[in-house]
Design a protein around this ligand. Structure first.
Ligand code: ASP
Ligand code: MG
Length: 405
């Protein structure tokens, strides 16, 4: 097999831990596999580098920031290659431009446009472990770029696609993907197998195990992912394309997000074009809108409610009042930060009736009022009062019997 292994910052957070990673890579190779390994910066390092750059600029799209931010991974790959050699293995480190991982020039959040698999493939066929810097790439003009926080996951998947790896193993500080946050629900269970689509929903809803873009990339290139612990050998969670009998599981996971706020615009004249007018300035401002509801109109007026990241709330209010002054007047806008979005996710919903109703009943039985609802084919989300987030998560997890196989 050809295996790409990815270790995050915690897994390479100290000299001892780097030695452990080295052992694991050498062991994997000794099992008869070709091994490429992608690592992040040592834990805390990228944060430290970010705060250093903030001393001098607040512009995230700054070429020089990426020069600084990318250095953490350079240290990790050099140290890991040395550690592998120390125990008798063969290893060679690769920076983004040495691979080469080509990206656009959106510094701090660059997107990968192409990965050349040739240099890595040659390294692998020499029985040498390729040690690749996560999170970084190179632009057409040769500038260093970074892929956004958590970007090493995406590097690993992109590398795996480029060398046609059989699996991309994401080693992390948890055992896999859980049915919900085990800190909230101790009965949460590790999921053995999940589809890319479900993982995307869970990732975007706050299960912070994998960068969302990494999952998208894996889905597009059909790279099987294995999310597993860097501290033990237990099998983790396989993230794969939907296959037979995966639809028998109706609900795979429950998530709660408390980082969004609700915005309501009242007394919106119910005529064509007004909703577009509301969302245009938000779109132009790069503000990601999540749930959207328009009320039935009464006397020619309606109310439009939606959610935005709380971090963007003040900006959303400001651009609305500036760009849509006739609709979003100060007295018409209401905002509420005191909300949480709880969601159930599962591919089996496509073929099962009554799933949403069960969710509403479970919330009702707990006396939790639902403010907004949104659905997709494989997800139902309800906006509720923030203080009920954990109660709702526990009730839904139990109500959908996620703790038992
Ligand atoms: N070191 C980078 C970060 O902290 C990339 C990563 O860890 O995936 O965001
Ligand atoms: Mg990370």
């Amino acid at each position: 097999m050809r295996v790409v292994m990815k270790f995050g910052g915690t897994s390479v957070g100290s000299v001892d831990r780097i030695r452990n990673v080295a052992k694991r890579c050498v062991r994997r190779q000794a099992e008869g596999h070709e091994v490429a390994v992608v690592v992040s910066a040592m834990s805390g390092e990228t944060n430290r580098l970010v705060s250093l750059t903030k001393e001098f600029t607040s512009d995230p799209n700054d070429r020089e920031c990426d020069v600084v931010l990318s250095t953490g991974e350079q240290v990790s790959i050099g140290l890991l290659a040395l550690a592998i050699r120390e125990i008798g293995g063969k290893a060679k480190s690769f920076l983004g431009h040495q691979v080469k991982i080509l990206t656009d020039d959106a510094f701090s959040r660059a997107r990968i446009s192409n990965v050349d698999g040739a240099a890595l493939t040659e390294c692998l066929s020499n029985d040498t472990i390729a040690v690749v810097a996560g999170f970084q790439g190179v632009t057409d003009s040769g500038d260093i770029s970074t892929l956004g926080r958590g970007g090493s996951d995406t590097t690993a998947v992109a590398i795996a696609a480029s060398v046609n790896a059989d699996v991309c193993e994401i080693y992390t500080d948890v055992d896999g993907v859980y049915t919900t946050d085990p800190n909230v629900v101790p009965e949460a269970r590790k999921i053995d197998k999940i589809t890319y689509e479900e993982m995307l929903e869970l990732a975007s809803l706050g299960a912070k195990v994998l960068q969302i873009r990494a999952v998208e990339f894996a889905m597009n290139y059909n790279v099987p992912l294995h999310v597993r612990s860097s501290f033990n050998d237990n099998p983790g969670t396989m993230v794969v394309a939907a296959g037979e009998n995966m639809e028998s599981v109706v609900v795979s996971g429950v998530t709660a997000v408390t980082s969004e706020s609700k915005v309501t615009i009242k007394r919106v004249p119910d005529v064509a074009g007004n909703v577009a007018k509301i969302f245009k300035p938000l779109a132009d401002g790069g503000i990601v809108v999540d749930m959207i509801v328009q009320n039935v109109s009464e006397n020619g007026e309606t109310a439009v409610t939606f959610t935005v990241p709380t971090d963007d709330l003040a900006r959303a209010e400001a651009v609305l009042q500036r760009e849509a002054p006739d609709i979003a007047t100060e007295s018409n806008i209401r905002t509420d930060q005191n909300v949480a979005k709880v969601s159930i996710v599962g591919v089996g919903m496509r073929s099962h009736a009554g799933v949403a109703q069960r969710m509403f009943q479970i919330l009702a039985d707990e006396g939790i009022n639902i403010q907004l609802i949104s659905t997709s084919e494989i997800k139902v989300s309800c906006l509720i009062e923030k203080k009920y987030a954990e109660l709702a998560t526990r009730a839904l997890h139990a109500g959908f019997k996620l703790e038992s196989e």
